[in-house]
Ligand binder design. Structure first.
Ligand code: 1CP
Length: 344
């Protein structure tokens, strides 16, 4: 028996019929919320992540202020490379910066498989406190970056549109790349199991840069490691895979046994369904930039999106993270329009 007052998300992931479609937004905790920006003035990014009271407050803000059907723990995918021994800085206005990235085999000696309770225990503490504070209002989502996406940052050292250095590393030093991917995978499995133990109800694997790879390279450099993670979590916690832009591999992603697959706005839901098959929940796929539209347009576009998923095994979400410039009332209108939608 679930203790949750609202378990729409979990029931939808299990493929059960629900009274309405659940809704949350990727990157919903943060940037566009004025109360978050106030905390940002006072505390550094890692202080916000590493102080359970702050992480909890930020995690719950969109539940209370926007009305989403799930909370996602406030943290970052780059806490994993940090726990493995790489320095990660968050540069204001620029994003992540890793001053000593991995460039060759000998750099792997600087990395280790961490004891996750020791190095990432603060995330588990934040999950425990958030779970307690939520008091069953909505499910709590944990997350991690996919090994490929983490490799991108660990090798490139910063954000990039193409991650050309990371790709060159994989294509010229494949043995080293696979050793690194395996280290990230082993760490991620321990980390996500820890998140489940600390109270996460479901975990999402963010492969933000999966779409940079062709189908064979996606299989070789990304999906084979995601498959290991999903298999290791099979009897522990439900998983959602979000590999942005990697449509051609939806069939392979569905075959991992993950309960949910995220899709972005560049694929029609009907085609995603055809590729993924009937036995998985699809999540998405509103273009985040469309939240800049006037509210009546957002409401109309939400109806179009909902109709395109035809009510089957669907979690409404954006096709990628919410943008910092979105007005809060537009985010609220998106969530409310999903909640108001009925097929009958
Ligand atoms: O304080 C700030 O505003 C700094 C911006 C910020 C925030 C709010 C960063 C730096 N990380 C986060 C939090 C974060 N990151 C969450 C928390 C929950 C939430 O916001 O709802 C999550 C789920 C992430 C995940 C994340 N981090 C991803 C995957 C999702 C995606 O957007 O593709 C990625 C790629 C990152 C790396 C990262 N961390 C921060 C930034 C600005 C970035 C992106 C850098 C880039 O564009 O390459």
């Amino acid at each position: 028996m679930s203790q949750l007052k609202n378990d729409l998300l979990l029931r939808t992931l299990r493929g059960e019929e629900t009274e309405r479609t659940p809704v949350w937004m990727m990157r919903q905790a943060g940037r566009y919320l004025p109360d978050y920006m106030k905390l940002k003035e006072k505390y550094s990014f890692f202080e916000r992540c590493q102080t359970p009271e702050l992480a909890t407050e930020i995690t719950i803000q969109p539940v209370e202020q926007v009305g989403v059907d799930a909370a996602i723990i406030f943290s970052d995918i780059l806490v994993v490379p940090q726990a493995m021994g790489l320095e990660v800085q968050m540069v204001e206005g620029k994003g992540p910066f890793l001053p000593d990235p991995v460039k060759q085999e000998k750099d792997l000696q600087r990395l280790h498989l961490p004891d996750v309770d020791e190095t990432l225990g603060y995330v588990f503490d934040a999950l425990r406190l958030t779970k307690k504070t939520l008091d069953g209002r909505v499910p709590l989502i944990g997350f991690a970056g996919a090994p490929w996406t983490l490799l991108c940052y660990m090798v490139q050292g910063k954000g990039s549109k193409t991650f050309d250095e990371a790709k060159a590393f994989c294509y010229t030093q494949p043995g080293t790349a696979h050793r690194l991917l395996q280290m990230i995978t082993d760490t991620t499995i321990a980390y996500l199991k820890g998140q489940a133990k600390a109270g996460a109800d479901v975990v999402q694997i963010f492969d933000s840069w999966g779409g940079l790879l062709g189908p064979d390279d996606f299989e070789n450099l990304s999906l084979r490691y995601i498959r290991q993670i999903v298999a290791a979590l099979k009897d522990v916690i439900p998983t959602i895979i979000f590999a942005k832009g990697a449509f051609s591999s939806l069939e392979g992603m569905a075959a991992t046994g993950a309960q949910g697959l995220g899709i972005d706005w560049c694929i029609r839901p009907a085609m995603a369904r055809q590729l993924a098959g009937a036995n998985v929940t699809l999540q998405g796929n509103f273009d985040p930039a469309k939240l800049m539209s006037p509210i009546p347009v957002i409401e109309q576009e939400v109806k179009t999106m909902m109709a395109a998923f035809s009510g089957t095994r669907h979690i409404a979400n954006l096709g990628h993270g919410i943008l910092p410039e979105i007005p809060v009332d537009h985010a609220r209108a998106f969530v409310q329009a999903v909640k108001n939608y009925r097929t009958f």
